[in-house]
Design a binder for this molecule. Sequence first.
Ligand SMILES: O=C(O)CCC(=O)C1=CC=C[C@@H](O)[C@@H]1C(=O)O
Ligand SMILES: [Mg+2]
Length: 372
Amino acid sequence: MWINKIEVFHLSMPMKFTFKSAQALLNHRETLVIKVIDELGTVGYGEVVAFNEPFYTQETLPDSKRVLLNRFLPQLLAREIKHPFEIHPWMDNVTYPMATAGVENALLDLFARRQHQSIMDTVFHEETQDAIYAGMVLGDLEITHLLNQIDDYLQEGYARFKIKIKPEDGFFKLKCIREKYPDLMLLADANRSFRVEQIPELKKIDELGLLCLEEPLAEENFLAYQKLQEQLTTPICMDESIQTVEDLKKAIQFKACQVVNIKVGRVGGMYYAQQMIELCRQHHIHFWIGSMMESGISKILHVHLASLKDNYIPGDLSSSRRYFSEDVIQPEIIASQGLIQVPKGPGLGVEIDEDILKSLTINHAILDRDML
Ligand SMILES: O=C(O)CCC(=O)C1=CC=C[C@@H](O)[C@@H]1C(=O)O
Ligand SMILES: [Mg+2]
């Protein structure tokens, strides 16, 4: 197939509240939506989920945009491709995983639509669930507010909660939650905020029966993780420490974690996400599906991925309305009684509301094969 036209929409989505983690404060979300159109007029969408600042991983949205417009997208227009995964050898999943994933995801959506297949059927040849359990992520909130939010979302049907923590009060907050909800499905994400000297705090957290502890250590070193995992019964979960398949192999070799949070953007696309999932399966490492406070285009892809039957726990996947007053996909993502339905149609299985997309766009670029 040939890609004849590509559009890049730079979105600015106002958020309903400020999201606070150990590393970041977010009150609006900028992302890039890539729309690809082939010679038959088939359309596919993908999202580049980099943040404006490098608080999570190194790649920033201005970096992604520059490399896309100057290199990746003109190259894509210039060659015939038979399968979306063919782009990987000439794209750069190490320096620009999120830009790479955005292009690959758009091509996969288009390719699956051409084949009249769902995106999961084009990549994974296995049975999947029709619905997935939703999961709530709560930022670093003041304790009364945090407990109230858990009450509210429990009533809405959410059963799994991930709390953002930092060394100063992480144990205190988790202990308060545990006292009030002894059986809650609870995990914590420290986003690399605890130094090795603060391991005693992590040992206290270890007593609280968490499903896993995500990215506890500031030290970016698998040996430190291995030593920590030996001292904890709570499984350590890696997120930003694993960006490439090589990172995962190394983490397995070091026994640095027992769980991996898979995010398609962070790892450079479905091609690498699939390889990581297969590696996890071979080495008895649990995996589950994260998210990036993104628009529905990337989020629904993660809903699809979370429909794999051997997911460890419900993902960071909640209703579109939790973060944004409007989403660019139709139907938007709705968690009802704690469940999200997995769309069945071709590709991502959702439509893009171009009016909403355009109303959120702050910059728009068009690349045409005729212009090469
Ligand atoms: O999308 C969500 O619901 C929240 C996801 C989330 O917690 C994160 C998204 C992006 C960057 C990180 O700070 C964080 C994470 O580390 O998992
Ligand atoms: Mg995380």
